[in-house]
Design a protein around this ligand. Structure first.
Ligand code: DON
Length: 564
């Protein structure tokens, strides 16, 4: 089965091009190439758009922007203009920085907005419908990125417009998703939307999105104002009125991205450049890598009990800290430096016991169940000049709030659920929090997204990231450890069965094909396990000793590599 992932250029659809519709594209899982840029994303047509932009003379920023606009069309479950995300970049001149285009809580939001009269949390409201939406940051993020790009924005948006107007052939996975969410779409939209039709969707059906094409043209012609002002902004506010949402014209006008210093730390001679708060991802990654480093993993085997146990215990402790200390640094005391310091982590890991599981209650409080329904998307890009861009964007759940802005053709996120709607009440990823991540107007909700770049001798070594909600940091952690400590090749690291522990719930989540021997051995030490279909969809570019780029798109989905 694993051999499948080694196939280069595996043919997905072979229907000929009809009336300019995009029906003919390849799923490319793995590429090794020298002196050419590469783009890895969740969908072949989007990766191909990014690759085309590189061929037209664009750099990694151009390619990321064009790929993201394209994903908003061909990967509507997570690609978006109505959501937000984070970008980490390192440039050929040695600049390292991040762009935070996370959604913000609307001005009319307040701490208890999802509590009923008895102060019970109503997570239906934080997950479905207009009230679940944060103020979108995606378009502002793409314009902020554009100052590092080479080609005009109009050129970078055009491929997305073409895809929306002419239509493209959906995959089996997308047909299944549209069918699964049909009832939600009907319940939460009063107007008809392109993802709903009478008959069930099938692979190769054509999806055309005229309203979305129109909105993209507004952005193409008017820039940021094409989204945050004028017609599109009015349509968003109209949609809010229809669905009892609270995003206002003032919210849209005031939305601002934040350029933040990257969180940077050393891991075994690699400079890890990653996302700081308001994503917990970078801190968790630094904590987990440094805690396991106290044990030494080099002599252990991938997914063996000896490796998994300390990694799980590092995950448990890091996620307990997430719940307690992490939130938007513009609203809380930022404790990052303490949390990633060697002395703190040494003390945090001091009660690790190789003979038995540490109960979660020993590293924090409160016990909770977990729910899930999720979708996010990651892009890794490396151009031939050595500019690296790692960007993760999301609507949060699959298709976000499920609300499409009538007349504008794009979905609104349900990112408000990433706040702690009430202390101790789990969000859709089972993550809990308290004060640090409570709702407040203009505050950014805590994220787990972990777009990351590793440098070695100041040159790109790895570009990595993944969707997966709270499983994001643990997946990135595992890929890095697999490659650096266990010495696996990049394809094995991406497609190896993943595991995840997030303090609460207490169990270890594992993929179906996770080694039985490891489960049985750790069960004897008091660990419990729960199986899940898939964890993560990691997109990795690794640079080998000869400067060759080795790009791998995760085998778990329609993810695909595009080459310049
Ligand atoms: O920001 C976060 O951590 C979540 N909203 C990300 C959601 C996600 O990754 C869904 N992916 N499958």
């Amino acid at each position: 089965m694993k051999k499948l992932f080694l196939l280069i250029g595996f043919l997905l659809c072979s229907t000929p091009l009809v009336f300019g519709q995009y029906t003919d594209y390849n799923l490319v899982k793995e590429v090794q190439v020298k002196n050419k840029g590469v783009v890895v994303s969740a969908f072949p047509l989007a990766s191909e758009v990014g690759a085309k932009i590189l061929r037209q003379g664009g750099n990694a920023f151009d390619a990321s922007i064009a790929t993201q606009f394209a994903l908003a069309v061909v990967y509507p479950q997570a690609g978006n203009i109505g959501g937000g995300g984070f970008m980490v970049a390192t440039t050929e001149e040695g600049k390292k920085f991040t762009i935070d285009f996370r959604e913000t809580a609307p001005l009319k939001s307040h701490k208890d907005m999802y509590l009923d009269a008895e102060r019970n949390a109503n997570t239906d409201l934080s997950q479905y419908g207009s009230l679940a939406a944060g103020v979108p940051g995606a378009v502002a993020g793409l314009f902020e990125m554009h100052q590092y790009a080479k080609l005009p924005m109009t050129q970078l948006i055009q491929p997305a417009i073409d895809l929306a107007e002419k239509g493209y052939a959906i995959t089996q996975a997308q047909a299944d998703l549209f069918n699964t969410y049909k009832d939600d779409f009907l319940r939460l939209n009063k107007h008809s939307i392109p993802f709903v039709k009478n008959l069930a969707w099938q692979a190769d059906d054509i999806l055309v999105q005229q309203d979305l094409a129109h909105t993209l043209k507004q952005i193409q012609q008017k820039g940021l104002k094409g989204f945050y002002r004028g017609k599109t902004a009015n349509l968003i506010v109209k949609e809010m009125k229809r669905g009892n949402g609270i995003i206002s014209l003032a919210d849209l006008r005031q939305y601002k991205v934040k350029v933040r210093a990257a969180l940077i730390f050393d891991y075994k001679g690699h400079e890890v450049v990653t996302m700081p708060l308001p994503s917990s991802g970078g801190i968790l990654l630094a904590q987990m890598l440094q805690m396991t480093n106290l044990m030494g993993l080099e002599d252990k085997q991938l997914n063996s009990p000896e490796a998994v146990q300390p990694m799980v215990e590092a995950e448990r402790r890091a996620y307990a800290d997430r719940a307690e200390y992490m939130g938007d640094p513009d609203f809380i005391k930022d404790q990052t430096q303490k949390l990633i310091s060697k002395s703190y982590l040494k003390q945090r890991f001091a009660n690790y016991n190789p003979d038995k599981a540490t109960p979660s209650s020993a590293v924090g409080d409160i016990i909770i169940p977990q729910k899930e329904k999720k979708e996010t998307t990651h892009i890794s890009v490396l151009d031939k000049e050595g500019n690296a861009v790692s960007v993760t964007t999301t609507l949060n759940g699959n298709f976000g709030s499920k609300v499409m802005v009538s007349g504008a053709g794009f979905l609104l996120n349900n990112e408000m659920d990433d706040f702690s709607v009430k202390p101790g009440v789990p969000n859709m990823y089972g993550a809990i929090g308290g004060k640090a991540n409570a709702i407040a107007p203009k505050k950014r909700m805590l994220s787990s997204m972990t777009p990351t770049i590793l440098l070695k001798d100041n040159q790109p070594f790895m570009v990595v990231g993944t969707p997966g909600g709270t499983t994001i940091p643990t997946s990135v952690f595992q890929v890095i450890v697999d490659i650096i400590d266990f010495g696996t090749d990049v394809n094995t690291a991406v497609n190896a069965p993943k595991f995840h522990q997030q303090w609460l719930p207490e169990y270890i989540l594992v993929e179906e094909d996770f080694p039985h021997y490891t489960i049985k051995t750790l069960e004897k030490k008091g660990y419990t396990f729960k199986k899940t279909a898939k964890i993560g969809r990691t997109e990795v570019i690794l640079v080998d000793k000869d400067g060759k780029y080795h790009a791998v798109a995760d085998g778990r989905g329609d993810d695909s590599v595009g080459v310049e």
